[in-house]
Ligand binder design. Structure first.
Ligand code: SAM
Length: 307
């Protein structure tokens, strides 16, 4: 087991290939326009005016995609921010946030699985929505020998990296203990899919690393409320899931499990009526604080770019 754990222990700092394929052409086009407005002093008031009304959609102050570690290619913009509609800009900000990558450390995952162990049925189904490089799915399969473990990831390159990582883990396992490796292999499934299309109906525990999913929390809660069986568990990270179909079982404040809060919910009885419309509990960033942070980011960019 030790070799298998080692094979999946890193990934947060993986190289992000730029997203420049047909699937993400619109993401790139809008992203380049947003980045140009951020970098060009004459366009910065437009940047602030256009993004400020949508600041609740931004994870932090400056969208991740236009920063150094973002997924955008190095080329110049082909359209102006002023040509991008408000609706397209809002959607771009949601897409940009949810594609940010992050993983718990192995220690944090161990803490998490220790806390979950008393709540899990011996032969359940664990699903990671937005599974990235698959570390959580594979670690869950190692931690719980009776659990089927599924990862659902949207981005092709991350799904492919997860498959490579799984193959590496299994190869390490075969050398160590063929029987254990075969058992783990049977229980892991990695799927490339939009999490909103994923079938979660037989899940015992759904894991969502939701730190950058603030604008998606209500939609996610609504999907889970409609599809999960009574008693099914959900954990979210950083952001709570505020929906009447779920009761909060436990809140793990940092640093008990991880650097950020982990919330554990249970789907209430199927008899509870569900609201026709999902509730709206989006988080709001203070307007002046956001603008202050953005202007500081302009200055930091100028200082490093030699402008
Ligand atoms: C913060 S990472 C977490 C990765 C992994 N769950 C972990 O904890 O190690 C979130 C992942 O969700 C993926 N993602 C974002 N939106 C998605 C969607 N609609 N469907 C599936 N995956 C999505 C992102 O590409 C990213 O890999």
């Amino acid at each position: 087991m030790r070799a298998m754990r080692q094979a999946i222990s890193s990934g947060t700092q993986h190289l992000r290939p730029v997203q420049d394929d047909a699937l993400s052409a619109r993401y790139v086009e809008i992203g380049l326009a947003v980045r140009e407005a951020f970098r060009t002093p004459a366009l910065r008031e437009t940047f602030i005016a256009r993004l400020k009304p949508h600041r609740r959609l931004i994870a932090g102050s400056v969208p991740a995609g236009i920063q150094q570690h973002g997924l955008l290619p190095a080329r110049a913009a082909t359209c102006r921010l002023s040509d991008v509609s408000d609706a397209d800009l809002a959607q771009w900000l949601v897409d940009d946030g949810r594609l940010i990558y992050g993983e718990f450390t192995q220690q944090e995952l161990d803490n998490y699985f220790n806390e979950m162990a008393p709540y899990l049925p011996p032969k359940g189904h664990f699903i990671d929505l937005g599974s990235g490089l698959g570390k959580v799915v594979m670690s869950a399969a190692l931690a719980f020998p009776g659990l089927r473990c599924t990862g659902v990831e949207l981005l092709t390159y991350r799904h492919e990296m997860a498959q490579v990582r799984l193959a590496e883990m299994l190869a390490a396992g075969v050398a160590e203990n063929r029987g254990v490796a075969a058992n783990v292999a049977r229980r892991i499934r990695l799927v490339q899919q939009d999490m909103f299309d994923a079938d979660v109906s037989d899940a015992s525990l759904v894991y969502v690393y939701s730190t950058c999913f603030a604008p998606l929390m209500d939609r996610l809660a609504d999907k889970l409320a409609r599809e999960l069986q009574p008693g099914a568990l959900v954990t979210t990270v950083t952001f709570p899931m505020q929906h009447p179909a779920f009761e909060l079982v436990k809140q793990f404040s940092p640093p008990s499990v991880a650097w950020t809060t982990v919330y554990l919910y249970r789907r209430r009885s199927a008899l509870d009526p569900l609201p026709a419309e999902p509730p709206k509990f989006l988080y709001e960033q203070d307007s002046a604080a956001w603008e202050y942070a953005v202007r500081a980011a302009f200055a930091a960019y100028d200082a490093t770019s030699g402008a």
